[in-house]
Design a protein around this ligand. Structure first.
Ligand code: B12
Length: 265
């Protein structure tokens, strides 16, 4: 089967994934009047041998532990990446400055629980279709050392045509930056999604035109320095939030009330 003829398979995967999320009880926060967390997902595809993947071992991009698609799955042909945009209802709860809303920190935990279910769902779906597949995020080989992972969901989404980075280091998609990412690697050959950008900061007004900078002012931890967003400061602040609200935590003020919140600015 050719890559072009597999367009139909991709449409099918997109449709089944959207209904899995729409109808999933985990997509509604029990403790918050069943507030819906995610809108319909965006899907992007890249070829497993896209030359970008080999560059991600560079320390200035992801790091030496990064494993390209073939290392996760011998015979890999494609990587499917998805973005789960947070609903307006949920984003609205996190607009105030200061600590994160209760809904938001619930969505960080319950939202990732659903994200893992989505990874399992896609693995099951591809296996049913007769292909080998793995989702690095739930693969026992997945690791994060000193904040550097061996598989990056955002860098994968960038290669798969879903968007580019912002000053806040979140990836900005057509449905904005407030949301979560996931991905699967498979032996099914799918048509790669065209990348509508050249540079990896193309959608950030601050880094391309010196305008905006809204995320700098939103940060309750003052994590933005002249070198950009300092991950250590961001991470220390998240630890403080965890100490107060365990097992929940989160922040993402830099992803809400900013021009890239739910669209490309
Ligand atoms: C470790 C980690 C953290 C650390 C470090 C963050 C970081 N940016 O590295 C800490 C604890 C600080 C953190 C914080 C948060 N995180 Co976090 N985190 C991760 C994790 C596990 C790995 C991140 C990673 O890849 N770091 C590696 C370093 C190298 O990345 P980086 O410095 O940002 O990358 C820069 C370089 O690559 C540079 N670059 C230089 N040269 C080149 C060349 C090319 C070609 C490219 C493409 C890039 C590039 O551009 C990038 C951006 O500046 C991922 C999950 C995953 N497996 O991917 C989630 C993840 C990134 N986190 C996420 C979220 C939501 C958050 C929070 C909002 C927490 C919350 N829920 O409230 C905050 C703030 C995020 C932010 N705006 O950055 C989401 C991102 C959503 C989005 N829209 O992008 C992810 C993808 C989780 C998920 N499954 O959705 N996180």
């Amino acid at each position: 089967m050719t890559v072009t003829s597999n367009r139909e398979e991709l449409d099918q995967i997109q449709e089944q994934l959207a209904s899995f999320i729409r109808e999933n009880p985990l997509n509604f926060l029990e403790a918050h009047n069943k507030m819906k967390m995610y809108d319909d997902p965006l899907l992007g595809v890249s070829s497993a041998d896209d030359p970008y993947y080999d560059t991600f071992v560079k320390p200035e991009i992801v790091g030496p532990d990064f494993l390209p698609p073939f290392a996760w799955l011998p015979g890999a042909k494609s990587v499917i990446s998805y973005f789960l945009p947070f609903t307006k209802e949920l984003r609205d709860t996190n607009r105030k400055p200061g600590p994160p809303s209760q809904e938001w920190i619930s969505a960080r935990i319950e939202g990732e629980k659903l994200n893992n279910e989505i990874r399992h769902f896609l693995v099951g779906l591809m296996e049913e279709m007769g292909y080998a597949v793995t989702a690095p995020g739930i693969d026992p080989r997945f690791s994060v050392k000193n904040r550097v992972p061996n598989w990056s969901e955002r860098h994968t989404a960038f290669v798969s045509g879903l968007g580019t980075f912002g000053l806040h280091r979140g990836l900005i998609t057509e449905k904005g930056t407030a949301g979560r990412f996931g991905s699967v690697i498979t032996t099914l050959a799918l048509p790669p999604t065209p990348r509508k950008y050249k540079g990896y900061y193309d959608y950030c007004l601050y880094l391309t035109q010196g305008k905006c900078g809204a995320c700098i002012k939103r940060c309750p931890a003052d994590a933005f320095t002249s070198e950009g967003k300092n991950n250590q400061i961001c991470s220390d602040y998240l630890d403080q939030i965890l100490a107060e609200y365990a097992p929940r935590y989160g922040c993402a003020k830099c992803n809400v009330n900013v021009p890239c919140e739910h669209k490309i600015p």
